[in-house]
Design a protein around this ligand. Structure first.
Ligand SMILES: [Zn+2]
Ligand SMILES: [Zn+2]
Length: 387
């Protein structure tokens, strides 16, 4: 069972939707045109319910199947990035400084294509909840939708999502039965000492030396505190202090990023970073303040749901184009909050060669829209077959 015929036939129309979305990028939660476009399309397909205004501009639409059954959730993100587009394509962004550089225009299109097919055919039991979320690129729109109660309100039992990947062959579907993307946390230290003359350090409390000591000590979290078989990245990425060569400054700032998969490793890293900061304060006789910012959690697939997604993917694209045990990546994704709320799986869909995600030359490949839409439809029809 390859790509669904009617969805292959819908490709030109999906291409038009996608290119309209690409020309009209919007950021974060502020997606009036995008969510208006999506809601209009959903209504024109005859879906049963369109619930707007969730997480400001998010939408949940319901399609009733035939007979009783559970509710499966399918999710797409709708937001763009604050990037000046340089792709040169005819459908380039019409808003300077904003562009769909992560292909969320494509994700939205795939889910709309699936919605049209599902609303027309209703070849499934129970219901489908189509989740269109804002603010994936910072802002945690997925988190907000979960906290606003969509899982209970719509009785969603399991959730699935797709992210396109440039540089992976067109139509290849990748996933794995566990952690797929990392948790991303940030640490921001402010070190306050006493500034003074560079020739008289004994009259100061030097925050520069303390910052250097801190940067070095933080390396021991990875090298000495964590088990080598667990994944952990800790990078000090900024140190700022001083204005002149003969002045010891009063303050230094140091910050960086922490990437983990396991909750215990994430907790351990934060605890060690806090302890090291306190130790540096005592050692160098300075004040150390830490703002530790927990970002998106790790994106962790349910093993059974990932296996199910692999089976469905094999039906849609063929077994040779499915990678069921792909390497996990240190990037992050706020579908993670939906996977914390309900079992489910996230998959990557290759779009062929092209500029990478978040690059100003990036453009989504419209040829894969029928593949993504067919995958969504087959998830529903396979999970909730007609009796
Ligand atoms: Zn992105
Ligand atoms: Zn993205």
């Amino acid at each position: 069972m390859p790509v669904i015929n009617s969805l292959a036939a819908l490709e030109p129309e999906m291409r038009e939707w996608r290119r309209w979305l690409h020309r009209n990028p919007e950021l974060q939660f502020d997606l009036p045109k995008t969510s208006g476009f999506v809601a209009d399309k959903l209504r024109s397909f005859g879906v049963d319910e369109v619930h707007e205004g969730i997480a400001e501009t998010g939408i949940v639409a319901i399609i009733e199947g035939q007979g009783d059954g559970p509710t499966i959730g399918l999710r797409a993100d709708m937001d763009a990035l604050p990037i000046h587009e340089t792709s040169g394509v005819a459908h380039s962004s019409e808003t300077d400084g904003k562009m769909h550089a992560c292909g969320h225009d494509g994700h939205t299109t795939m889910l709309l294509g699936a919605a049209k097919h599902l609303a027309e055919t209703r070849n499934f039991a129970g219901r489908v909840a189509l989740i269109f979320q804002p603010a994936e690129e910072g802002g945690g729109g997925g988190d907000v939708m979960v906290r606003e109660g969509i899982m209970d309100r719509f009785g969603i039992g399991q959730v699935f999502g797709i992210h396109n990947v440039p540089g992976v062959a067109e139509g290849v579907i990748q996933t794995n039965p566990g952690a797929l993307l990392a948790a991303v946390d940030e640490f921001n230290f402010t070190i306050r000492g006493v500034g003074g003359h560079g020739a008289m350090p004994h009259e100061t409390k030097d925050p520069v030396v303390a910052a250097v000591g801190l940067a070095t000590a933080l390396q021991t979290v990875v090298s000495r505190n964590h088990k080598a078989t667990d994944d952990l990245v800790l990078s000090v990425t900024q140190i700022h202090a001083g204005t002149a060569n003969n002045v010891i400054p009063g303050e230094a700032k140091l910050s960086g990023t922490v990437r983990t998969f396991a909750a215990e490793v994430r907790d351990m890293a934060e605890a060690r970073i806090r302890a090291i900061g306190a130790g540096i304060a005592a050692t160098y006789d300075v004040e150390v303040d830490l703002f530790y910012d927990r970002g998106y959690p790790a994106t962790i697939n349910d093993p059974d749901k990932a296996g199910f997604a692999v089976d469905v993917a094999r039906e849609v694209v063929g077994a040779d184009k499915v990678e069921p045990d792909t390497t996990r990546q240190m990037g992050a994704e706020d579908f993670s909050y939906m996977l914390e709320a309900r079992p489910g799986a996230y998959v990557f869909l290759g779009i062929g060669e092209g500029a990478p995600l978040h690059h100003p030359d990036y453009d989504y490949n419209d040829a894969v829209s029928p593949v993504g839409a067919s995958f969504f439809v087959k998830l529903v029809e396979t999970a909730q077959p007609l009796r």
